[in-house]
Design a protein around this ligand. Structure first.
Ligand code: UDP
Length: 258
């Protein structure tokens, strides 16, 4: 396996399937099945799910509610989605634990990093609910934070698109698909991979991100087995590597000087 411990980020919206709101049971089952297949390979799997299919903090202000209150509502929405995924996985015979950033003792364990790691070591799929437990963050930030805390090898951001393009491929026919890109280039080109907080956390901790299409069956498995799926964002700056090589062969370049 290319990756031993992964953190899979799924958006709440993806759980809606073709619906306008809530959870689509077929989509839920499909995700559970994909996760089961990967866990069966011996990969340690942690999952963060968003809550956008139920509530987002920014909506609160639109309806005259306090933003912080709205963010907590959003976090609770992620717990609902997490509980649904937990049930779907357990129906398929997968052992799971749901750890929440907000204490809801009747339904989830509190988030304790060492405990999360222990569950993973024992082969349980760990679902992190309630985001970071703090308002003004997103579940992308929660995914980056938890991934760093549990020392995951990679954050896998499951989306509806197959990866990162230089521009929106639906609007720009000249958009180029990137199979590999550096953090630096994502930043310099202003590409939208994750929100800045989440992205910076990954960048500063050298944690690679893969953006891939979660709705194509088998993609997750192919990815952990090392196949090229989606776009890998990493520290590796191919541009600079090339430049250094050219530098070395030029007479009078830095490498020639004593
Ligand atoms: N949220 C938060 N802190 C967190 C994670 C989430 O306040 O650490 C709130 C925030 O209001 C957010 C909502 O929960 O809008 C749902 O999460 P998100 O929008 O990230 O879900 P997704 O877009 O992935 O479905």
């Amino acid at each position: 396996m290319k990756y031993k411990r992964i953190l899979l980020k799924l958006s709440g919206e993806a759980l809606m399937g073709e619906q306008q709101y809530g959870i689509d049971s077929n989509r839920l089952l499909q995700y559970a099945q994909e996760i089961k297949e990967v866990a069966a390979l011996g990969v340690e799997v942690a999952v963060v799910i968003g809550g956008g299919n139920i509530f987002r903090g920014v909506q609160a202000e639109q309806v005259g509610l306090d933003r912080v209150q709205g963010d907590y509502m959003g976090m609770l929405a992620t717990v609902i989605n997490s509980m649904a995924l937990q049930s779907a996985l357990e129906k398929l015979g997968v052992y799971t634990r749901l750890l929440s950033g907000i204490n809801i003792q009747q339904v989830c364990e509190p988030y304790i990093r060492r405990r999360a790691v222990r569950h993973l070591e024992k082969g349980r799929v760990v679902i992190f609910g309630a985001g970071t437990g703090n308002p003004y963050f997103t579940t992308d930030s929660a995914a980056s934070l938890r991934a760093i805390e549990i020392e995951a090898d990679v954050v896998l951001k499951g989306t509806r698109v197959d990866g990162i393009y230089s521009a929106d491929p639906e609007k720009d026919p000249n958009a180029v698909f990137y199979s590999n890109i550096s953090f630096k280039d994502v930043f310099e080109q202003g590409l939208n991979v994750m929100d800045m907080t989440a992205f910076t956390l990954c960048k500063e901790n050298g944690l690679p991100i893969i953006v891939f299409d979660m709705n194509t069956a088998g993609n997750l498995k192919r990815l952990v087995e090392g196949e090229q799926v989606g776009t890998l964002v990493s520290m590796e700056d191919l541009g600079d590597t090339l430049k250094e090589t050219v530098d070395q062969i030029q007479p009078g370049s830095k490498t020639d000087r004593k």
